[in-house]
Design a protein around this ligand. Structure first.
Ligand code: HEC
Ligand code: HEC
Length: 103
């Protein structure tokens, strides 16, 4: 009984931690597919970060891609994190467009 409680508490810690740093917060901009442009960044929906290439300044890598809010069951967030982990900043345009950054 006690063992089970401890396990449950540990699982909650893991889920709440989200990423490398335990103090990090999962970023939440809702379901990105609710807007016409979907995942692709456009100036009107990304006024603060538009035309900036330094995504991690505002979106620390451990704080993004924690949760699937798209309602698409086949979307595998673990796979998204794996792509981002291996390619870093170079991966972002593949899924979010170039964000107004001249290549
Ligand atoms: C200066 C800070 C800053 C930088 C740099 C930045 N962003 Fe953002 N990002 C934001 C903010 C703030 C929001 C919330 C929408 C807004 O107010 O612009 C956001 C929202 C988003 C969203 C959700 C968009 C939506 O439709 O709701 C995505 C995806 C995103 N950013 C990706 C990126 C990527 C990729 C880069 C780098 C190419 C980047 N951001 C650079 C601050 C930034
Ligand atoms: C393989 C595709 C893919 C790549 C590569 C990718 N993203 Fe995402 N990103 C997504 C998807 C899908 C979502 C929507 C997740 C959800 O439901 O909130 C998302 C959501 C986001 C959000 C909104 C907050 C959140 O966590 O949901 C931000 C910010 C963001 N991405 C930034 C980035 C940055 C910065 C990079 C590059 C380092 C990047 N993404 C690379 C697919 C990708």
């Amino acid at each position: 009984m006690t063992g089970r409680l401890i396990l449950a508490a540990l699982l909650m810690l893991v889920a709440g931690g989200c990423g490398s740093s335990g103090s990090s917060e999962c970023q939440d901009y809702g379901n990105l597919f609710n807007s016409p442009s979907g995942l692709i960044l456009v100036e009107g929906e990304h006024p603060t970060g538009w035309s900036r290439p330094d995504c991690f300044m505002c979106h620390p890598v451990g704080d993004i891609h924690c949760t699937n809010r798209t309602g698409i069951p086949t979307l595998d967030m673990a796979q998204v994190r794996a792509v981002v982990d291996s390619l870093g900043l170079a991966s972002c345009p593949q899924c979010h467009g170039i964000n107004g950054v001249q290549p």
